[in-house]
Design a protein around this ligand. Sequence first.
Ligand code: GLC
Length: 444
Amino acid sequence: MNTPISASNPARTSEEASLAAQYQQILRNNDRGGYTVPSARLYPFQWNWDAAINAVGWQTFDEPRAWQEVELLLSGQWDNGLVPSIVFHKPADSYFPGPKEWGGSHLSPPTTSISQPPLLATMVRKMYERSRTGEADQHIRTIVPQLMAWHRWWYRDRDPENTGLVVSYHPWETGSDNSPAWDAALAAVPAATRAYQRRDTGVVDASMRPHKAEYDRFVYLLDFFRECKFDARKIYDECPLRIVDFALNAILLRANVDLAHLCDVLGLADEAQELRGWHARGCIAIDRLWSTPLGRHVSLDTRSGQRLEQKTHAAFLAWYGQVFTGDADTQKSAILLQHLDAHVDASLFSLTSTHPSEPGWDPRRYWRGAVWPHINWLVAEGLAECGHAAQAQRLRTDCLRLIQQSGPFEYFCPNTGEGLGGPDFSWTAAIALILFETQKTQQP
Ligand code: GLC
């Protein structure tokens, strides 16, 4: 186990240069010819929201490679617009479930049948604005229509009743795969009875990974999608798990705004209007997820009608999602800020994915209580944009400190700073590179 790390000691500039070189090398080592695997053995394919962040990381030192990351992810897009959670560009046997299990092995490239939080439009806008090579205009002409098709898929297939919010059918689609927020909804899902062989626990310690009872349900769901032949209406009507994830919806709402901006650049006025309409409607709908007793938005199980009231990181994506739009929201934002401070104060190192007071909290098991750099980065982005500079800075500093002192792991123990999960993790390295740049632009 790593020794607990100190609470100060930011890297000096020369150290920073050598660390930046190491982080760039991690992305290069995880490069499989135009796409980046999150971690060599644990996740040997291209993941959706990882790719979005990795692309921005690549752009800090190799812009053409950054655009390639996006293009290869989008090469897995389905005809109906879905951009899958995983694109299985090349076979690898260290991961379960693979393309056959998902029913996507006939596709070229093979993919899963669910998506992941739609960060991509926001990251592409960042790349467009940070571009130094003059190639961005050409790239967005191809990418923006693909993103538009993906956003239309969300609203057509995942909001067929026009509520303004989209549903997810698998915890893995939310990206927060094993969050205690999904426990109650997952308990209503039957367990798979067929035999299957997990691979994750052969790569990292089982104490960091989901329990068998959860995995049985994860597998049941992907078998269900395959058996439904991916019929969108049938899955909407019959899937035993159907949740409105606040975090995913906040990310989508934000992405609508950024994609609308890119449409403006390209003169796509109708598309821009459609996107702004989804954002406006979504902000009204998402307000109904506000819990006055908890002082935050919560997720919703649309099967049982129950609100999922666990205190997780998700609520703090409200600023990033630009969901506070009217005067009445100023007070909500102030309340949420107090909860953020209390949540951050509850651990030594920054914002944990689950508050330590929650019964399902576990500082080592993934998504049940550790610190995830990409979440802290996104929350900090939203805070900074909304004028909460001190809170944003605290998250950014803690995040960099963890990565610098423990190494670029998948996630970190909030009490000791120990790196957990997969080592040499791509989006963690990417975020460190991005944060180094943010620091530079903030220096007087
Ligand atoms: C885990 C995470 C998911 C991430 C993937 C690859 O499954 O829960 O959010 O995209 O790993 O890093």
